[in-house]
Design a protein around this ligand. Structure first.
Ligand code: NAD
Length: 341
């Protein structure tokens, strides 16, 4: 009995330590635009916490980092703004085996013949664009998913982001979600310029994107070659006489393209796990031929009606997952760790 109590104590302490460490890393990442540890190490901490909580639900606190979207709002620099519709994160899988297990679970919940939109996971920062009557009225960071940071003047400096939607009858309201990224081929040049000017360089293009966009002075943002790609839509109120609403994620992308928004040229609609894995393998080999960094592949139920039926957890959609590629730069170190355990 007392040994059991000791185990339970140790586990509760581990949950406490993991929670504190994850929150600390999130603060650095979302507020300071820094990555104190490699992403894979962060992901491993989150995974460990999830596994403990799954085995011991009594240790899962409502405010656990596994239960909410990471990120917060820096109100000293930005105005806090509420998103019209909530923004979410994504669940992760880290191997083909985990991906196949995810498909098996999904298949129990989706209609026969469901197709899977598969696309690159852009390693940038999540941004929400709000258009009213076709005009860009607001842009915000994801923040905690409910409230983000108002970065409208900064986002207006991006050539990729249209100020008006290209539509005869634009929707009364629409939120468009996407990723702002720093092009890989311009990253070395930015860091050289920063060092030259006596500033600290960025650790990676993702942090450079966040640091360049989350500026008090939008003129600094304007000097950075930031790009954007969009991959989602929410809070849509169509104009009265608009044509039929899209029924699939891929139709959404074609609608976004028609409005003049930048969508990725790399998405593919797949029949099932084999095709998805083929796509994952292809881009594992070709990830450096893409202008942005890729930290994985996102798989989404293509049919919007099915998406709606599946809904969301407090943190992520139940109709999508992210396959994360193993980190290239730390592979040897990970192998070392494996050898030692
Ligand atoms: P996430 O990055 O794993 O996934 C969710 C996000 O992916 C979405 O919000 C969306 O903006 C983005 N995304 C990119 N391409 C997309 C696409 N095609 N379709 C849909 N969404 C797409 O989750 P998160 O909660 O935003 O961040 C957690 C991640 O951040 C970690 O896995 C880690 O990589 C990184 N992180 C690192 C540290 C560190 O210290 N190194 C700390 C905190 C977070």
């Amino acid at each position: 009995e007392s040994a059991k109590a000791e185990d339970a104590d140790a586990l509760a302490r581990r949950v406490h330590d993991l929670t504190a460490r994850i929150e600390e890393l999130r603060e650095a990442y979302y507020q300071q635009n820094e990555s104190p540890v490699p992403d894979a190490d962060y992901d491993a901490l989150v995974r460990e916490l999830e596994e403990i909580e799954a085995g011991h639900p009594e240790l899962r606190r409502d405010d656990s980092p596994t239960q909410h979207v990471g990120g917060s709002v820096d109100t000293t620099t930005f105005e806090a703004v509420d998103h019209v519709a909530r923004m979410y994160s994504l669940d992760n899988v880290f191997s083909h085996e985990e991906l196949r297990a995810w498909f098996s679970r999904e298949r129990n919940a989706v209609p026969e013949g469901t197709r899977w939109l598969t696309e690159l996971k852009i390693d940038g920062l999540a941004v929400n664009l709000l258009y009213r009557d076709g005009e860009l009225v607001r842009a915000a960071t994801r923040g905690d998913g409910t409230t983000g940071e108002d970065i409208t003047p900064n986002v207006r400096t991006l050539a990729d982001v249209p100020q008006h939607l290209d539509a005869e009858h634009p929707p009364a309201q629409v939120e468009i979600r996407g990723e702002v990224f720093f092009p890989v081929e311009r990253f070395a040049e930015l860091n050289a310029a920063l060092v030259e000017a006596g500033h600290k360089p960025f650790a990676n293009p993702r942090n450079a994107a966040a640091g360049s966009l989350r500026q008090k002075n939008p003129q600094i943002t304007a000097q950075r070659p930031l790009r954007m790609l969009v991959h989602g839509i929410a809070a849509w109120i169509p104009a009265d006489d608009s044509h039929p609403e899209p029924e699939t994620q891929s139709e959404v992308y074609e609608q976004l393209r028609a409005w003049g928004l930048p969508i990725s040229e790399y998405y593919r609609v797949c029949e099932g796990p084999d095709e998805v894995i083929e796509y994952i393998e292809h881009y594992a080999e070709h990830r450096h031929s893409v202008t942005h960094e890729i930290d994985g592949v996102v798989i989404k139920v293509d049919d919007l009606h099915t998406q709606e039926e599946l809904g969301y957890t407090s943190r992520a959609p139940r109709w999508a997952t992210a396959f994360k590629y193993p980190p290239e730069e730390v592979t040897t170190r990970l192998l070392d760790i494996r050898v030692h355990v």
